[in-house]
Design a protein around this ligand. Structure first.
Ligand code: FAD
Length: 413
Protein backbone atom coordinates (compact mmCIF):
# COMPACT_ATOMS: atom_id res chain seq x y z
CA UNK A 1 0.00 0.00 0.00
CA UNK A 2 1.41 3.36 -0.92
CA UNK A 3 1.75 6.08 1.76
CA UNK A 4 -0.77 8.98 1.65
CA UNK A 5 0.76 12.05 0.02
CA UNK A 6 2.09 14.53 2.58
CA UNK A 7 2.84 18.18 1.94
CA UNK A 8 6.57 18.60 1.52
CA UNK A 9 7.26 20.50 4.74
CA UNK A 10 10.63 21.64 3.47
CA UNK A 11 8.84 23.40 0.63
CA UNK A 12 6.34 25.32 2.78
CA UNK A 13 7.38 28.93 2.85
CA UNK A 14 6.88 31.21 5.79
CA UNK A 15 5.91 34.85 5.87
CA UNK A 16 6.11 37.32 8.73
CA UNK A 17 3.51 40.06 8.85
CA UNK A 18 4.52 42.99 11.04
CA UNK A 19 1.44 44.83 12.27
CA UNK A 20 -2.03 43.37 12.74
CA UNK A 21 -4.21 46.20 11.42
CA UNK A 22 -6.46 45.86 8.37
CA UNK A 23 -3.56 46.03 5.88
CA UNK A 24 -1.56 43.31 7.65
CA UNK A 25 -4.60 41.09 8.20
CA UNK A 26 -5.53 41.24 4.52
CA UNK A 27 -1.97 40.37 3.48
CA UNK A 28 -2.09 37.46 5.95
CA UNK A 29 -5.34 36.21 4.44
CA UNK A 30 -4.00 36.27 0.88
CA UNK A 31 -0.76 34.51 1.84
CA UNK A 32 -2.49 31.84 3.94
CA UNK A 33 -4.85 31.15 1.05
CA UNK A 34 -1.75 30.57 -1.07
CA UNK A 35 -0.47 27.86 1.27
CA UNK A 36 2.10 30.05 3.03
CA UNK A 37 2.76 29.60 6.75
CA UNK A 38 1.91 33.03 8.15
CA UNK A 39 2.81 34.60 11.49
CA UNK A 40 1.52 38.03 12.48
CA UNK A 41 3.66 39.99 14.96
CA UNK A 42 1.66 42.69 16.71
CA UNK A 43 3.07 44.91 19.42
CA UNK A 44 -0.25 45.54 21.19
CA UNK A 45 -2.13 43.06 23.43
CA UNK A 46 -4.84 42.68 20.73
CA UNK A 47 -5.17 43.11 16.96
CA UNK A 48 -6.57 45.96 14.88
CA UNK A 49 -7.23 48.49 17.62
CA UNK A 50 -7.46 51.42 15.23
CA UNK A 51 -9.88 49.50 13.01
CA UNK A 52 -12.07 48.92 16.07
CA UNK A 53 -11.83 52.62 16.94
CA UNK A 54 -12.86 53.48 13.38
CA UNK A 55 -16.02 51.47 14.00
CA UNK A 56 -17.02 53.60 16.98
CA UNK A 57 -18.53 56.38 14.89
CA UNK A 58 -19.78 53.98 12.19
CA UNK A 59 -17.30 51.92 10.17
CA UNK A 60 -17.16 53.59 6.77
CA UNK A 61 -15.35 50.87 4.84
CA UNK A 62 -15.46 52.27 1.35
CA UNK A 63 -17.36 54.55 -1.01
CA UNK A 64 -19.74 53.80 -3.87
CA UNK A 65 -18.85 56.64 -6.25
CA UNK A 66 -17.65 55.80 -9.78
CA UNK A 67 -14.03 54.65 -9.99
CA UNK A 68 -12.56 57.72 -11.76
CA UNK A 69 -14.00 60.02 -9.08
CA UNK A 70 -13.04 57.56 -6.34
CA UNK A 71 -9.41 57.45 -7.46
CA UNK A 72 -9.17 61.26 -7.58
CA UNK A 73 -9.55 61.25 -3.78
CA UNK A 74 -5.96 60.03 -3.50
CA UNK A 75 -4.62 63.20 -5.13
CA UNK A 76 -0.99 62.86 -6.18
CA UNK A 77 -0.99 59.16 -5.22
CA UNK A 78 -3.84 58.29 -7.61
CA UNK A 79 -1.59 56.66 -10.22
CA UNK A 80 0.58 54.72 -7.77
CA UNK A 81 -2.40 53.35 -5.84
CA UNK A 82 -4.39 52.50 -8.96
CA UNK A 83 -3.00 48.95 -9.48
CA UNK A 84 -3.75 47.92 -5.87
CA UNK A 85 -7.23 49.44 -5.87
CA UNK A 86 -7.96 47.94 -9.27
CA UNK A 87 -6.97 44.49 -7.95
CA UNK A 88 -9.23 44.88 -4.90
CA UNK A 89 -11.81 47.58 -5.71
CA UNK A 90 -14.73 48.75 -3.54
CA UNK A 91 -17.00 46.05 -5.06
CA UNK A 92 -14.50 43.34 -3.95
CA UNK A 93 -14.31 44.85 -0.47
CA UNK A 94 -18.10 44.84 -0.17
CA UNK A 95 -18.28 41.23 -1.41
CA UNK A 96 -15.55 40.24 1.07
CA UNK A 97 -17.48 41.81 3.98
CA UNK A 98 -20.60 39.96 2.92
CA UNK A 99 -18.68 36.66 2.70
CA UNK A 100 -17.72 37.28 6.31
CA UNK A 101 -21.41 37.57 7.16
CA UNK A 102 -21.43 41.38 7.35
CA UNK A 103 -24.02 42.82 5.01
CA UNK A 104 -23.36 46.37 3.92
CA UNK A 105 -25.46 49.36 2.93
CA UNK A 106 -24.76 52.57 1.05
CA UNK A 107 -25.74 55.78 2.83
CA UNK A 108 -27.25 58.80 1.08
CA UNK A 109 -23.75 60.32 0.78
CA UNK A 110 -22.52 57.24 -1.13
CA UNK A 111 -20.47 56.03 1.83
CA UNK A 112 -20.58 52.27 2.47
CA UNK A 113 -20.99 50.79 5.97
CA UNK A 114 -21.60 47.34 7.43
CA UNK A 115 -25.24 47.12 8.51
CA UNK A 116 -24.10 46.68 12.11
CA UNK A 117 -22.14 49.98 11.68
CA UNK A 118 -19.45 48.46 13.92
CA UNK A 119 -16.03 46.98 13.22
CA UNK A 120 -16.16 44.33 15.95
CA UNK A 121 -18.44 41.72 14.26
CA UNK A 122 -16.43 42.02 11.04
CA UNK A 123 -13.14 41.71 12.90
CA UNK A 124 -14.38 38.70 14.88
CA UNK A 125 -15.43 36.88 11.71
CA UNK A 126 -12.16 37.85 10.00
CA UNK A 127 -9.96 36.58 12.84
CA UNK A 128 -11.96 33.34 12.95
CA UNK A 129 -11.30 32.87 9.25
CA UNK A 130 -7.58 33.58 9.67
CA UNK A 131 -7.40 31.14 12.56
CA UNK A 132 -9.07 28.49 10.38
CA UNK A 133 -6.42 29.15 7.73
CA UNK A 134 -3.70 28.42 10.28
CA UNK A 135 -2.45 32.00 10.65
CA UNK A 136 -0.47 32.32 13.87
CA UNK A 137 -0.73 35.53 15.88
CA UNK A 138 1.97 36.70 18.27
CA UNK A 139 0.69 39.57 20.38
CA UNK A 140 2.92 41.89 22.40
CA UNK A 141 5.70 41.23 19.89
CA UNK A 142 7.44 44.34 18.57
CA UNK A 143 9.51 44.66 15.45
CA UNK A 144 12.90 46.31 16.15
CA UNK A 145 14.58 46.24 12.74
CA UNK A 146 16.92 43.68 11.19
CA UNK A 147 20.17 42.05 12.29
CA UNK A 148 23.26 41.92 10.09
CA UNK A 149 22.11 38.64 8.57
CA UNK A 150 18.84 40.29 7.45
CA UNK A 151 16.75 38.50 10.07
CA UNK A 152 13.82 40.29 11.73
CA UNK A 153 14.44 41.38 15.30
CA UNK A 154 11.30 40.82 17.35
CA UNK A 155 11.06 41.66 21.05
CA UNK A 156 8.44 39.86 23.12
CA UNK A 157 6.54 41.05 26.19
CA UNK A 158 9.35 39.89 28.50
CA UNK A 159 11.86 42.01 26.63
CA UNK A 160 13.56 39.02 25.00
CA UNK A 161 14.62 39.64 21.40
CA UNK A 162 14.63 36.85 18.82
CA UNK A 163 16.07 36.96 15.30
CA UNK A 164 13.51 35.52 12.91
CA UNK A 165 14.19 34.24 9.44
CA UNK A 166 11.23 34.83 7.14
CA UNK A 167 11.04 33.89 3.47
CA UNK A 168 8.94 37.00 2.93
CA UNK A 169 8.01 39.90 5.18
CA UNK A 170 5.07 42.29 4.99
CA UNK A 171 5.48 45.57 6.84
CA UNK A 172 2.05 46.95 7.79
CA UNK A 173 2.76 49.10 10.83
CA UNK A 174 0.36 51.97 10.02
CA UNK A 175 0.91 55.73 10.24
CA UNK A 176 1.35 57.82 13.36
CA UNK A 177 -2.08 59.08 14.36
CA UNK A 178 -3.63 57.90 17.64
CA UNK A 179 -0.36 56.22 18.79
CA UNK A 180 -1.99 54.76 21.87
CA UNK A 181 -3.74 52.33 19.49
CA UNK A 182 -0.34 50.96 18.44
CA UNK A 183 0.94 52.84 15.38
CA UNK A 184 3.50 55.50 16.23
CA UNK A 185 5.78 55.68 13.20
CA UNK A 186 8.60 54.03 15.20
CA UNK A 187 9.41 51.97 12.08
CA UNK A 188 10.81 55.04 10.31
CA UNK A 189 14.22 54.75 11.98
CA UNK A 190 14.58 51.08 10.95
CA UNK A 191 13.82 51.83 7.31
CA UNK A 192 15.95 54.97 7.25
CA UNK A 193 18.83 52.79 8.44
CA UNK A 194 18.31 50.72 5.29
CA UNK A 195 18.40 53.82 3.09
CA UNK A 196 14.66 53.78 2.32
CA UNK A 197 13.27 57.23 1.40
CA UNK A 198 10.37 58.25 3.60
CA UNK A 199 8.22 61.33 3.24
CA UNK A 200 7.82 62.78 6.76
CA UNK A 201 4.58 61.77 8.48
CA UNK A 202 2.18 64.67 8.95
CA UNK A 203 -1.35 64.96 10.31
CA UNK A 204 -4.15 64.27 7.82
CA UNK A 205 -7.89 64.57 8.38
CA UNK A 206 -7.02 66.75 11.31
CA UNK A 207 -8.29 69.75 13.22
CA UNK A 208 -6.67 73.19 13.25
CA UNK A 209 -5.77 75.78 15.83
CA UNK A 210 -7.26 79.26 15.83
CA UNK A 211 -6.22 81.91 18.32
CA UNK A 212 -9.69 82.35 19.81
CA UNK A 213 -10.38 85.02 22.41
CA UNK A 214 -10.72 83.74 25.97
CA UNK A 215 -14.44 84.66 25.81
CA UNK A 216 -15.10 82.44 22.82
CA UNK A 217 -13.05 79.60 24.30
CA UNK A 218 -14.80 79.79 27.68
CA UNK A 219 -18.32 80.09 26.33
CA UNK A 220 -18.48 78.29 23.02
CA UNK A 221 -15.92 75.45 22.95
CA UNK A 222 -17.76 72.34 21.75
CA UNK A 223 -20.43 74.24 19.78
CA UNK A 224 -21.32 72.76 16.40
CA UNK A 225 -21.47 74.78 13.20
CA UNK A 226 -24.17 73.04 11.18
CA UNK A 227 -24.73 73.41 7.46
CA UNK A 228 -21.87 75.78 6.78
CA UNK A 229 -19.55 75.91 3.76
CA UNK A 230 -15.80 76.01 4.24
CA UNK A 231 -14.00 77.65 1.36
CA UNK A 232 -10.27 77.39 0.76
CA UNK A 233 -8.22 77.76 -2.40
CA UNK A 234 -11.37 77.78 -4.51
CA UNK A 235 -12.63 74.48 -3.04
CA UNK A 236 -15.97 74.64 -1.24
CA UNK A 237 -17.10 71.95 1.20
CA UNK A 238 -20.54 72.07 2.77
CA UNK A 239 -21.08 70.21 6.02
CA UNK A 240 -20.58 70.40 9.72
CA UNK A 241 -17.69 71.21 12.02
CA UNK A 242 -17.17 72.05 15.67
CA UNK A 243 -15.63 75.05 17.38
CA UNK A 244 -13.21 73.48 19.85
CA UNK A 245 -11.19 74.98 22.64
CA UNK A 246 -8.21 75.12 20.28
CA UNK A 247 -9.83 75.88 16.95
CA UNK A 248 -11.89 73.84 14.54
CA UNK A 249 -12.54 70.10 14.29
CA UNK A 250 -14.92 67.89 12.34
CA UNK A 251 -15.88 66.46 8.97
CA UNK A 252 -15.95 69.58 6.78
CA UNK A 253 -12.57 70.72 8.17
CA UNK A 254 -11.03 67.28 7.67
CA UNK A 255 -12.09 67.36 4.02
CA UNK A 256 -10.18 70.61 3.52
CA UNK A 257 -7.34 69.62 5.83
CA UNK A 258 -4.66 68.56 3.31
CA UNK A 259 -4.76 71.91 1.49
CA UNK A 260 -4.98 73.86 4.76
CA UNK A 261 -2.05 71.94 6.29
CA UNK A 262 0.09 72.46 3.18
CA UNK A 263 -0.66 76.21 3.21
CA UNK A 264 0.33 76.46 6.89
CA UNK A 265 3.57 74.59 6.15
CA UNK A 266 4.31 76.99 3.28
CA UNK A 267 3.08 80.28 4.68
CA UNK A 268 2.77 79.87 8.43
CA UNK A 269 -1.01 80.30 8.34
CA UNK A 270 -4.08 79.52 6.27
CA UNK A 271 -6.99 81.88 5.74
CA UNK A 272 -10.17 79.84 5.74
CA UNK A 273 -13.47 81.41 4.70
CA UNK A 274 -16.73 80.22 6.24
CA UNK A 275 -20.09 80.80 4.60
CA UNK A 276 -22.46 80.64 7.57
CA UNK A 277 -25.57 80.69 5.38
CA UNK A 278 -24.74 78.68 2.25
CA UNK A 279 -28.42 78.39 1.26
CA UNK A 280 -29.05 82.17 1.20
CA UNK A 281 -27.63 84.78 -1.14
CA UNK A 282 -25.95 87.91 0.22
CA UNK A 283 -28.85 89.96 -1.25
CA UNK A 284 -31.52 88.02 0.65
CA UNK A 285 -29.43 88.21 3.82
CA UNK A 286 -28.98 91.97 3.42
CA UNK A 287 -32.72 92.48 2.89
CA UNK A 288 -33.57 90.51 6.01
CA UNK A 289 -30.95 92.32 8.04
CA UNK A 290 -32.22 95.71 6.84
CA UNK A 291 -35.69 95.10 8.36
CA UNK A 292 -36.25 97.61 11.20
CA UNK A 293 -35.31 96.03 14.51
CA UNK A 294 -36.78 98.64 16.88
CA UNK A 295 -35.68 97.87 20.41
CA UNK A 296 -34.72 94.28 19.65
CA UNK A 297 -31.09 93.53 20.50
CA UNK A 298 -28.75 92.79 17.63
CA UNK A 299 -28.38 89.16 18.73
CA UNK A 300 -32.16 88.67 18.81
CA UNK A 301 -32.48 90.37 15.45
CA UNK A 302 -29.96 87.94 13.93
CA UNK A 303 -31.65 85.01 15.66
CA UNK A 304 -35.12 86.01 14.47
CA UNK A 305 -34.31 87.16 10.96
CA UNK A 306 -31.69 84.56 10.06
CA UNK A 307 -32.28 81.76 12.58
CA UNK A 308 -28.67 82.33 13.57
CA UNK A 309 -27.39 80.28 16.53
CA UNK A 310 -25.40 81.92 19.34
CA UNK A 311 -22.08 80.41 18.19
CA UNK A 312 -22.40 82.03 14.76
CA UNK A 313 -23.18 85.39 16.33
CA UNK A 314 -20.15 84.94 18.57
CA UNK A 315 -17.99 84.20 15.52
CA UNK A 316 -19.25 87.37 13.84
CA UNK A 317 -18.18 89.33 16.93
CA UNK A 318 -14.88 87.46 17.14
CA UNK A 319 -14.02 88.41 13.57
CA UNK A 320 -15.04 92.07 13.81
CA UNK A 321 -18.19 91.90 11.65
CA UNK A 322 -19.60 95.32 10.57
CA UNK A 323 -22.89 95.10 12.49
CA UNK A 324 -24.13 98.57 11.59
CA UNK A 325 -24.20 98.00 7.83
CA UNK A 326 -26.64 95.25 6.66
CA UNK A 327 -25.03 94.88 3.23
CA UNK A 328 -21.48 94.54 4.55
CA UNK A 329 -22.69 92.33 7.39
CA UNK A 330 -24.37 90.04 4.82
CA UNK A 331 -21.06 89.83 2.93
CA UNK A 332 -19.26 88.98 6.19
CA UNK A 333 -21.78 86.22 6.98
CA UNK A 334 -21.14 84.73 3.53
CA UNK A 335 -17.36 84.99 3.89
CA UNK A 336 -16.33 84.94 7.54
CA UNK A 337 -12.52 84.98 7.61
CA UNK A 338 -10.65 82.69 10.01
CA UNK A 339 -6.92 82.48 10.42
CA UNK A 340 -5.72 78.94 11.10
CA UNK A 341 -2.27 78.97 12.64
CA UNK A 342 -1.36 75.34 13.24
CA UNK A 343 -2.60 71.81 12.61
CA UNK A 344 -3.60 69.88 15.70
CA UNK A 345 -0.87 67.36 16.62
CA UNK A 346 -0.60 64.17 14.59
CA UNK A 347 -1.58 62.20 17.72
CA UNK A 348 -5.06 63.71 17.38
CA UNK A 349 -5.46 63.29 13.63
CA UNK A 350 -7.64 60.61 12.05
CA UNK A 351 -4.80 59.54 9.77
CA UNK A 352 -1.35 60.56 8.63
CA UNK A 353 0.08 61.71 5.33
CA UNK A 354 3.57 60.73 4.20
CA UNK A 355 5.33 57.40 4.56
CA UNK A 356 7.44 55.08 2.42
CA UNK A 357 7.98 56.74 -0.98
CA UNK A 358 6.42 54.79 -3.85
CA UNK A 359 9.69 55.23 -5.75
CA UNK A 360 11.17 52.73 -3.26
CA UNK A 361 8.64 50.05 -4.22
CA UNK A 362 8.23 47.85 -7.24
CA UNK A 363 4.87 47.09 -8.84
CA UNK A 364 4.25 44.37 -6.21
CA UNK A 365 4.84 46.81 -3.32
CA UNK A 366 8.20 45.17 -2.59
CA UNK A 367 11.07 47.36 -1.39
CA UNK A 368 13.56 47.53 -4.25
CA UNK A 369 16.41 47.73 -1.73
CA UNK A 370 15.16 44.76 0.29
CA UNK A 371 13.97 41.90 -1.89
CA UNK A 372 11.29 39.87 -0.13
CA UNK A 373 10.10 42.79 2.05
CA UNK A 374 6.68 44.16 1.05
CA UNK A 375 4.81 47.18 2.45
CA UNK A 376 1.12 47.99 2.82
CA UNK A 377 -1.42 50.31 4.37
CA UNK A 378 -1.05 53.71 5.93
CA UNK A 379 2.75 53.43 6.16
CA UNK A 380 2.91 54.13 2.41
CA UNK A 381 3.10 57.71 1.12
CA UNK A 382 -0.51 58.54 0.27
CA UNK A 383 -3.38 60.33 1.94
CA UNK A 384 -7.09 60.63 1.38
CA UNK A 385 -10.08 62.28 3.01
CA UNK A 386 -12.48 60.38 5.24
CA UNK A 387 -15.32 58.66 3.41
CA UNK A 388 -14.06 55.06 3.32
CA UNK A 389 -11.02 55.88 1.18
CA UNK A 390 -8.56 55.15 4.00
CA UNK A 391 -9.66 51.62 4.75
CA UNK A 392 -10.16 50.88 1.06
CA UNK A 393 -6.54 51.80 0.27
CA UNK A 394 -5.16 50.00 3.37
CA UNK A 395 -7.02 46.78 2.60
CA UNK A 396 -6.32 46.95 -1.15
CA UNK A 397 -2.58 47.50 -0.62
CA UNK A 398 -2.61 44.66 1.95
CA UNK A 399 -4.21 42.48 -0.72
CA UNK A 400 -1.69 43.57 -3.36
CA UNK A 401 1.32 43.12 -1.06
CA UNK A 402 0.01 39.66 -0.08
CA UNK A 403 -0.29 38.71 -3.73
CA UNK A 404 3.14 40.11 -4.48
CA UNK A 405 4.68 38.14 -1.62
CA UNK A 406 2.88 34.92 -2.65
CA UNK A 407 4.26 35.34 -6.18
CA UNK A 408 7.74 36.03 -4.81
CA UNK A 409 7.60 32.90 -2.62
CA UNK A 410 6.37 30.84 -5.52
CA UNK A 411 9.38 31.91 -7.54
CA UNK A 412 11.68 30.82 -4.66
CA UNK A 413 10.35 27.22 -4.73
C1 FAD B 1 -10.93 57.67 15.19
C2 FAD B 1 -10.65 57.08 13.84
C3 FAD B 1 -11.72 56.81 12.98
C4 FAD B 1 -11.47 56.29 11.70
N1 FAD B 1 -12.54 56.00 10.89
C5 FAD B 1 -12.32 55.51 9.64
C6 FAD B 1 -13.42 55.17 8.79
O1 FAD B 1 -14.59 55.21 9.19
N2 FAD B 1 -13.13 54.78 7.52
C7 FAD B 1 -11.84 54.66 7.05
O2 FAD B 1 -11.65 54.33 5.88
N3 FAD B 1 -10.79 54.88 7.88
C8 FAD B 1 -11.00 55.31 9.14
N4 FAD B 1 -9.94 55.54 9.98
C9 FAD B 1 -8.56 55.27 9.47
C10 FAD B 1 -8.22 53.77 9.47
O3 FAD B 1 -8.61 53.18 10.70
C11 FAD B 1 -6.72 53.60 9.25
O4 FAD B 1 -6.36 54.25 8.04
C12 FAD B 1 -6.34 52.11 9.17
O5 FAD B 1 -6.61 51.45 10.39
C13 FAD B 1 -4.85 51.94 8.84
O6 FAD B 1 -4.62 50.56 8.65
P1 FAD B 1 -3.16 49.94 8.71
O7 FAD B 1 -3.36 48.46 8.76
O8 FAD B 1 -2.33 50.53 7.65
O9 FAD B 1 -2.55 50.45 10.09
P2 FAD B 1 -3.09 50.30 11.59
O10 FAD B 1 -4.55 50.07 11.63
O11 FAD B 1 -2.56 51.48 12.30
O12 FAD B 1 -2.40 48.97 12.08
C14 FAD B 1 -1.01 48.89 12.22
C15 FAD B 1 -0.69 47.88 13.30
O13 FAD B 1 0.73 47.75 13.40
C16 FAD B 1 1.09 47.64 14.77
N5 FAD B 1 2.49 48.02 14.92
C17 FAD B 1 3.02 49.27 14.77
N6 FAD B 1 4.35 49.24 15.00
C18 FAD B 1 4.66 47.95 15.28
C19 FAD B 1 5.88 47.29 15.61
N7 FAD B 1 7.04 47.93 15.69
N8 FAD B 1 5.84 45.94 15.85
C20 FAD B 1 4.67 45.25 15.78
N9 FAD B 1 3.49 45.84 15.49
C21 FAD B 1 3.48 47.17 15.23
C22 FAD B 1 0.11 48.55 15.46
O14 FAD B 1 -0.01 48.24 16.83
C23 FAD B 1 -1.17 48.31 14.68
O15 FAD B 1 -1.95 47.29 15.24
C24 FAD B 1 -10.14 56.04 11.27
C25 FAD B 1 -9.08 56.29 12.14
C26 FAD B 1 -9.32 56.80 13.41
C27 FAD B 1 -8.16 57.06 14.33
Amino acid sequence: MSEPERPDVAKIKNAAIIGGGPAGLMAAEVLARNGVKVTIYERMPSLARKFLMAGRGGLNITHSEPMPKFLKRYGDAEAVLFPAIESFPPSALIAWCEELGQETFTGSSGRVFPKSMKASPLLRAWLKRLDGQGVEVKLRHSFRGWDDAGRLLITDADGATQAIQADATILAMGGASWPRLGSDGGWIAHLHAKGVAITPLRPANCGFEVEWSQHLRDNFAGSPLKNVALIFNGARVTGECTVSEYGLEGGAVYTQSAALRDAIEREGQALLTIDLKPDMSAEVLAQRLAAPRGKTSLSNHLRKRLAMPAIEIALLRETGAPFDDPRRLATHIKALPLRLVRTRPIERAISSAGGIAFSELDEWLMLKRMPGVFCAGEMLDWEAPTGGYLLQACIATGFAAGQGAARWLDALS
